[in-house]
Design a protein around this ligand. Structure first.
Ligand SMILES: *Cc1c(COP(=O)(O)O)cnc(C)c1O
Length: 233
């Protein structure tokens, strides 16, 4: 089941790239493994997946300890500053940086560990109050401020589109994030790259890829429905 779902999602990604003229560009599949037990995650690993997304620090670090060390763990959930220290050295990319104070903490802990940590700026493109992330108009300033910290590296932007039953309705939000990344590139800020656009989930990843996503985060589409109480953030 998991193996077939992975194959289907990868096929859909290729199809979306072809239909939007993005064949030459890379799109990575991050399999969102939150709430999934290690044996099910191992099925995805055995099918060739090395990028996994988690939204809780404790769960990520537990799985880091138990699972093969060539896995790249992505922190995709809201991150509290007091938990940053557990994450450094165990995560390939933190997708959810939404304040300078959080970036500073990641810098401080990375400096202590002698590492540089890759981060994305999370942007709330829809303005929904329930969502984390900076407003679009503050993203460039946060990217610039974070880029001045020697032990973090700003690699791009991340967003979560509103959940709507018709994924076509998410297109405008993905366009907005793409345009924002182009605007930030044009500012030519030292040490800021916009090579990563983390956007698209089970419901909307095809639209996101058509609009330029480089990293989609798919959970339900691989593992099936999570139990409701653990479903989101
Ligand atoms: C849970 C989660 C996902 C995956 O959602 P699915 O709808 O199960 O694909 C992606 N991104 C974030 C930030 C999440 O919290």
């Amino acid at each position: 089941m998991i193996r077939e779902n992975i194959r289907d999602v990868l096929e859909q990604i290729e199809r979306a790239k072809a239909s939007s003229g993005r064949q030459e560009e890379k799109t990575e599949l991050i399999v969102v493994s939150k709430t999934q037990p290690v044996d099910r995650i191992m099925e995805a690993y055995e099918a060739g997946i090395r990028d996994f997304g988690e939204n809780k620090v404790q769960e990520l670090t537990d799985k880091y300890e138990q699972m093969p060390k060539d896995i790249r763990w992505h922190m995709i959930g809201h991150l509290q500053r007091n938990k940053v220290k557990y994450l450094i050295g165990r995560t390939a990319l933190i997708h959810s940086v939404d304040s300078f104070r959080l970036a500073q903490e990641i810098h401080r802990e990375s400096l202590k560990a002698g590492l540089v940590t890759d981060i994305l700026i999370e942007v709330n493109v829809s303005g929904e109050e329930s969502k984390f992330g900076v407003p679009p108009e503050e993203a460039a300033a946060l990217a610039e401020a974070a880029a001045a910290l020697s032990h973090v590296r700003v690699r791009g932007l991340m967003t979560i589109a509103p959940y709507v039953s018709d994924p076509e309705k998410t297109r405008e939000y993905f366009r907005l994030l793409k345009k924002l990344s182009v605007d930030i590139i044009q500012k030519n800020i030292d040490n800021v790259s916009m090579e990563i656009l983390s956007m698209g989930m089970t419901n909307d990843y095809i639209v996101a890829v058509e609009e330029g996503s480089t990293h989609v985060r798919v959970g339900t589409g691989i593992f099936g429905m999570r139990s409701l109480d653990a479903s989101f953030q």
